[in-house]
Design a protein around this ligand. Structure first.
Ligand code: SAM
Length: 345
């Protein structure tokens, strides 16, 4: 038989099923499948019993997860036994150090509902918070994420899990040995800050974030005791920023319009003396704005921000007296750019 199916639209067919695959991962995570399989392999009945679900539904979910490479299915006497794959063990079990569990729940609970209204989002050119959650939102942080402690914690957990997985690559992307104090602007749980202090023994980091976030920081401090990380509450559009000789902006600017970015950068620029560093971490688009698709898909959630290329970020920052020094494509979820404040502006 001819295995080369030239002319067959493989990539389109894969996209047709993409949403089913995502939802399989989300549902298995949400029901705790990877957690109940974290110690040993289990039969369908055992998993169904522990996740409190039907045997029929659990079997279909587990088999789909096997087909996606998330679980192994092993022959065992009379009944098959399901086990976590190595990747599931490392990234999907909720209490593993590099778990993406919280981010997966964020995708399921906050992003998926927005994308079910993509058609309206495109027609109207606006985000779909109101259709998806019944709430109009001018500022997604204040109006959606930080209204209730429980939602704030869920958002923080999601940010924390991505920062844990990406933080080391961002923290080690550049030689930062001449900086002593950093301020992680919008630094959330401090996950990124701890990666910076781990990587740079001379550096201390102040995490600056909204009061609603800083109030919850104790939920994330258990294992990470490091006196070089401290926390300051404030609004980066309204309040003074802590003094530092390196400012970190990780996953901040893509949430804001050029106008808001200018507002924030102008403030940062005033806090900076010549030689001060600014480390930006974002997904960087290529100059044609065609890749990576991760960034362009994220843009469809239609926050007021935009995804930008390295040249676009450089142009925004140059207007505030910051010159690009290095750009690092990490091949991870986040790229990084280092800027330095010019002598005179
Ligand atoms: N930098 C973190 C990271 O990379 O994991 C978190 C990125 S998260 C997408 C954006 C962060 O900006 C949130 O922690 C949010 O609370 C914070 N933030 C949003 N608006 C803010 C404001 N006006 N002042 C201070 N922080 C703000």
């Amino acid at each position: 038989t001819k295995s080369d199916t030239e002319g067959f639209p493989h990539s389109i067919v894969e996209l047709l099923d993409g949403f089913k695959a995502s939802k399989t991962l989300f549902t298995a995570s949400k029901l705790g499948v990877f957690d109940v399989l974290s110690d040993s392999g289990l039969t369908v009945e055992e998993v169904a019993n522990r996740i409190n679900a039907s045997v029929l539904g659990t079997e279909k979910l587990l088999d789909a997860a096997v087909s996606l490479g998330l679980l192994h299915k092993l022959k065992c006497e009379d009944k098959p036994v399901y086990r976590n794959t190595e990747q599931a063990r490392q990234f999907l079990v909720s209490d593993s150090p590099l778990s993406l569990h919280a981010y997966i729940l964020h995708c399921n609970d906050m992003i998926w509902p927005l994308f079910t209204h993509l058609e309206s989002a495109v027609r109207e050119g606006t985000n779909q918070q109101e259709r998806a959650f019944g709430k109009k939102s001018e500022n997604v942080f204040q109006d959606v994420y930080f209204k209730k402690d429980e939602v704030t914690l869920r958002f923080m957990n999601a940010m924390h899990s991505i920062a844990k997985v990406t933080g080391r690559d961002v923290a080690t992307a550049f030689d930062l040995s001449h900086f002593r104090t950093a301020c992680d602007v919008g630094g959330c749980t401090g996950a990124m800050a701890y990666e910076f202090t781990k990587a740079h023994p001379e550096l201390s980091v102040i995490v600056f974030d909204l009061p609603a976030v800083i109030e919850m920081k104790s939920h994330f401090q258990s294992k990470e005791q490091d006196g070089r990380v401290s926390f300051v509450a404030g609004d980066f559009f309204k309040d003074d920023l802590p003094k530092a000789d390196l400012y970190i902006l990780a996953r901040i600017l893509h949430d804001w319009s050029d106008e808001k970015v200018h507002e924030l950068l102008s403030k940062l620029s005033k806090s900076c003396t010549p030689g001060c560093g600014l480390l930006l971490s974002e997904i960087l688009l290529d100059e044609e704005r065609t890749r990576p698709s991760r960034a362009l898909l994220q843009a469809l959630s239609m926050t007021e921000g935009r995804q930008r290329s390295a040249a676009e970020y450089s142009n925004l920052l140059k207007k505030h007296g910051f010159s690009p020094v290095h750009t690092r494509y990490t091949n991870n979820l986040l790229d990084a750019m280092l800027f330095v404040k010019d002598e005179q502006t």
